[in-house]
Design a protein around this ligand. Structure first.
Ligand code: UN1
Length: 474
């Protein structure tokens, strides 16, 4: 059994989670300890105890630790990638790519630990200096989803530690495997006891404990909108710093002047790669009338010839849905889209072992359909026909979400207009809405996100607190 890490010790919980392969649910990957309330409280106490010392270490110590962690992740990318495939179901190249991204994130924040800096400002009073510095926030609770089981933990843990915070990490219940390997790597690289703690198990138990504890100073969460909304209420009541990354229903506009091959590639990747299980997935394809039919024909051909199967096999282009519950939810949306009057292409469950589903297009969809507005989090995309760029932009922005958006066009003017008018945190031109770089800010607007951005040097906003000090030289 794989155990939780609390105060530098491996600890068994009261119960276990079985981690199974979504491509073959008979295959048990391993069993993982489920933390109790007492375990979570012990982890929080350990993180508090470790904080003073860790926040005052030389940045070189933190940089060296993060760099060593990054090196080990990269050295084990194939093995971790295979585990990621077996627990989450994305294809092997996607999983290895994600693992590499995790390694790069640790290396990026190793450098950021050394660049943690402030400003020296002249006061308006004579002989007074004002220095503005940043300090660690304290104990941070990190709650991560199942769809990127190593990259998302990495992009929260690395900046948290780089700037001197201590961590209680709660990985997704569905995918504890990569989180556990990552925890072993941190431990083996010499992360001091209590600086990093990991508690696996029930989100509905551990999330509220972290959010309501007076000894946790900040929470960073990536996951669903309803869970994020609940955390916001608890953290608000407790005046706790909060960062949320939640859903998306990301629009991708295809204009008449687009390069058809580039547009189809971007939409195929954005909508269906990683089985559509990305909050950045391109799930509303907004297509101008003149190119609409050619685009739908070409995307349908590419989509229906995607090789779906065992994600460990080289030839596979799309793996299973991550869980039975997620598959049932997706199939419910395929039925709903049909009832709402869309023409459904594909989307059926495949008659084979594992949670496999054919990718789906909901053609002739309209923006008022629930299947067009709700985040499905599966391989399903709505196609909406529009007359012009203005209409495309207003349809694109007509959503409660605002994470990522895209446009395929050869017109610089149209791209520029869209970049300025899109109500999203990330805008892509001739690229899929998903698949982002690791060293630049990540995040959205409206109901997609709350609080400061993640990743890149912008991550410092969330993981540090500003101090303004006044000194009169006497
Ligand atoms: C990506 O598109 O490369 O949960 C990353 C998600 C996002 C990460 C997407 N937080 O899908």
């Amino acid at each position: 059994m794989k155990q939780n890490l609390i105060a530098g010790k491996w600890v068994a919980g009261s119960d276990v989670t079985e981690n199974r392969n979504p491509a073959n649910p008979d295959e048990l990957i391993d069993i993982y300890a489920r933390a109790t309330q007492a375990d979570v409280e012990a982890a929080i106490a350990a993180a508090n105890e470790a904080f003073d010392r860790w926040s005052q270490t030389s940045p070189q110590v933190r940089a060296d630790l993060l760099d060593a962690i990054g090196t080990r992740i990269l050295a084990r990318k194939d093995e971790i990638g295979r585990l990621l495939v077996r627990e989450e179901g994305k294809t092997l190249p996607e999983a290895i790519g994600e693992t590499v991204r995790a390694g790069q994130l640790f290396k990026f924040f190793a450098g950021e630990a050394l660049r943690f800096s402030g400003d020296l400002v002249a006061s308006i009073r004579p002989d007074v200096d004002v220095d503005v510095t940043r300090e660690a926030v304290g104990v941070v609770g990190l709650i991560t989803p199942w769809n990127f089981p190593i990259a998302i933990p990495a992009w929260k843990i690395a900046p948290a530690l780089a700037y001197g915070n201590t961590v209680v990490f709660k990985p997704a219940d569905l995918t504890p495997g990569c989180a556990h390997v990552l925890t072993e790597i941190l431990h083996d690289c010499g992360c001091p006891p209590g600086v990093f703690n990991m508690v696996m198990g029930s989100g509905s138990l551990i999330g509220p404990l972290l959010a309501s504890s007076p000894d946790v100073d900040a929470i960073s969460f990536t996951g669903s909108e309803p869970v994020g909304a609940g955390l916001a209420e608890t953290c608000g009541r407790n005046r706790k710093k909060l960062q949320l990354e939640m859903g998306g229903k990301n629009p991708m506009i295809v204009l008449d002047d687009a390069n058809l091959d580039i547009a189809v590639d971007a939409c195929l990747n954005g909508a269906f790669f990683s089985t559509g299980q990305r909050c950045t997935a391109s799930s509303r394809l907004i297509v101008q009338a003149g190119i609409h039919d050619r685009f739908v024909d070409s995307l349908t051909k590419r989509m229906t010839s995607l090789r779906i199967g065992d994600p460990l096999e080289d030839s596979t282009q799309m793996g299973p849905v991550a869980s039975l519950k997620q598959l049932q939810g997706n199939l419910g949306y395929v039925d709903l889209a049909r009832q709402e009057g869309a023409e459904v292409i594909g989307g059926e469950a495949l008659d084979r072992t594992g949670y496999f589903q054919a990718p789906a297009l909901f053609v002739n969809a309209t923006n008022d359909m629930r299947s067009t507005q709700d985040e499905i989090f599966g391989p399903c995309a709505s196609v909406l026909k529009v007359a012009c760029l203005d209409e495309a932009i207003s349809v694109a922005n007509d959503t409660v979400f605002g994470l990522s958006s895209g446009i395929c066009t050869t017109s610089l003017k149209a791209a520029r207009t869209f970049k300025r008018r899109s109500q999203a945190g990330m805008v892509m031109v001739n690229l899929p809405t998903a698949g982002v770089d690791y060293h630049v800010p990540f995040g959205g607007r409206k109901r997609s996100s709350f609080g400061p951005r993640e990743q890149g040097r912008y991550a410092v906003e969330f993981y540090s607190s500003v101090k303004t000090a006044y000194t009169l030289a006497v």
